[in-house]
Design a protein around this ligand. Structure first.
Ligand SMILES: Cc1cc2nc3c(=O)[nH]c(=O)nc-3n(C[C@H](O)[C@H](O)[C@H](O)COP(=O)(O)OP(=O)(O)OC[C@H]3O[C@@H](n4cnc5c(N)ncnc54)[C@H](O)[C@@H]3O)c2cc1C
Ligand code: FES
Length: 260
């Protein structure tokens, strides 16, 4: 079991990716793989889970500034200090030669390093979606990785008009894929899991739950008996479809089951 010792690191860089979305990079020798996450401590405020959007010697996480902790992180400058615990959780795995990446909203941050590491020498398609075009980020990284890029927006301001799951369905109807790798809002992910079963494509889906310890002790991230921090965050779509709560209920910080 990982002990989750806190490492104090300096912010190496902070970049604005699009409206409200920022990437913080820092240096760390910890080994990490696409899909894994860290607990990021904004000094004096709180500690929150973040997927790694860069997994090499320079690590990074990409986040939407929406609440107290992420707003504070977005205001940091180069050289300022944050705390990082981890690396936590399991990783995405690429099976077969034809890969479909699906990222919705800030979920794009969690699939990007998988798209970069797994696309070389394979046929890869990445479908990314957001409410509008000014919320789309990492399109250039996907193209540089050699994956075919499909963008969808709910309001049609960029790419295909509609939900990212509609664009993913079109991709699945057109081509055969050996593996789906997906992250995004949970209702979207439930639809991705259903698509995966419909098209008979194995899918690895990154789920989110409220997290406290991140090392499998506190039960805060429980989802129908699975601990997202220890058993996930990457789960097989068939398993998730068996979880009654997936896409329907989450646990609040006080442990109450609330609708998503
Ligand atoms: C494994 C994992 C990976 C994640 N990766 C990313 C990422 O790459 N980019 C990104 O923008 N977000 C990611 N998140 C969500 C991110 O942790 C929350 O957006 C962040 O905690 C918000 O904190 P806040 O104080 O700014 O906002 P708040 O206003 O406090 O919370 C906003 C919402 O964030 C969620 N949240 C708050 N605290 C936690 C917590 N301790 N654990 C889980 N969810 C919480 C809740 O849904 C809450 O409603 C991830 C969550 C998990 C579980
Ligand atoms: S966050 Fe404590 S068990 Fe997962």
């Amino acid at each position: 079991m990982r002990t989750g010792r806190l490492e104090i690191v300096e912010v190496d860089g902070i970049a604005k990716e699009c409206r409200d979305v920022y990437t913080i990079t820092y240096r760390s020798r910890e080994k990490a793989s696409p899909g894994q996450f860290v607990m990021v401590w904004a000094p004096g405020i709180n500690e929150v889970p973040m997927s790694l959007s860069y997994t090499g010697g320079v690590k990074g996480f990409t986040f939407r500034a929406l609440g107290r902790t992420t707003m504070a992180l977005s205001a940091l400058g180069k050289g300022e200090r944050i705390g990082v615990r981890g690396i936590f959780g399991n990783a995405f795995k690429a099976a077969g030669r034809n890969l479909l990446f699906i990222g919705g909203g800030t979920g794009i941050a969690s699939i990007i390093s998988a798209a970069e590491q797994f696309s070389a020498g394979r046929r890869a398609v990445a479908v990314i979606g957001a409410k509008s075009g000014d919320e789309i980020f990492f399109a250039d990284r996907i193209k540089r990785a050699g994956a075919e890029l499909i963008v969808s927006t709910d309001d049609g301001s960029m790419g295909e008009k509609g939900f990212v799951t509609d664009a993913a369905r079109h991709a699945l109807e057109k081509d055969h894929f050996d593996t789906i790798i997906a992250c995004g809002p949970e209702r979207m992910l439930r639809k991705v899991a259903e698509l995966a079963v419909e098209f008979g494509t194995p899918a690895q889906i990154s789920a989110e739950r409220f997290m406290k310890c991140a090392i499998g002790i506190c039960d805060a991230c429980s989802m129908n008996g699975a601990l997202v921090c220890r058993d996930g965050p990457v789960f097989d779509a068939k398993f998730l479809l068996k979880c009654e709560d997936f896409g329907r209920y989450r646990l609040s910080p006080s442990g109450t089951r609330v609708p998503i």
